[in-house]
Design a protein around this ligand. Structure first.
Ligand code: FES
Ligand code: FES
Length: 152
């Protein structure tokens, strides 16, 4: 099938097999390896990307879903060589250990901050509750998101 959508601020026109998920499209079709495969069953949140500003689980959603939408992956957080404040906060606060969950965590946080620029700690924890960290680094992750919220 043919697909046209906006990917990280740029128009993208490509082909994909009908059965591909968004994760297949990003990694196998477009070579964007920042979005990670974790469980493949919609449980861990590692594959989280944004579609029209909303977090989706790329392993569960068919690639056809992106047609006409605005997709943002971790590669799209940086703009003109400048890191997104969420990326800076994660780095400065030590919120990434092995880093495998980090792209999905940052995009879940981005979605939250787009909707609610000043979340409480409870709201941050709730927004990230579907994203699992195998390194159990939740405290620093929450601190990083709150630091971004506090800087606005
Ligand atoms: S890989 Fe998609 S939710 Fe786990
Ligand atoms: S930093 Fe290792 S899984 Fe979260």
């Amino acid at each position: 099938m043919s697909l046209s959508f906006t990917l990280n601020g740029q128009p993208c026109a490509t082909q994909a097999p009908d059965h591909w998920t968004v994760l297949d499209l990003l990694r196998d079709g477009l070579g964007l390896m920042g979005t990670k495969y974790g469980c493949g069953e919609g449980v861990c949140g590692t594959c989280t990307v944004l579609a029209d500003g909303q977090p989706i689980r790329a392993c569960l959603v068919l690639a056809a879903h992106v047609r006409g939408r605005v997709l943002v992956t971790v590669e799209g957080l940086e703009r003109d060589g400048r890191l997104d404040p969420i990326q800076t906060a994660f780095a400065e606060r030590g919120a990434a250990q092995c880093g495998y969950c980090t792209p999905g965590m940052m995009l879940a946080a981005k979605a939250l901050l787009l909707e609610n620029p000043s979340p409480s700690e409870h709201e941050v924890r709730e927004a990230l509750s579907g994203n699992l960290c195998r390194c159990t680094g939740y405290t620093k992750i929450v601190e990083a998101v709150l630091a971004v919220a506090g800087s606005k």
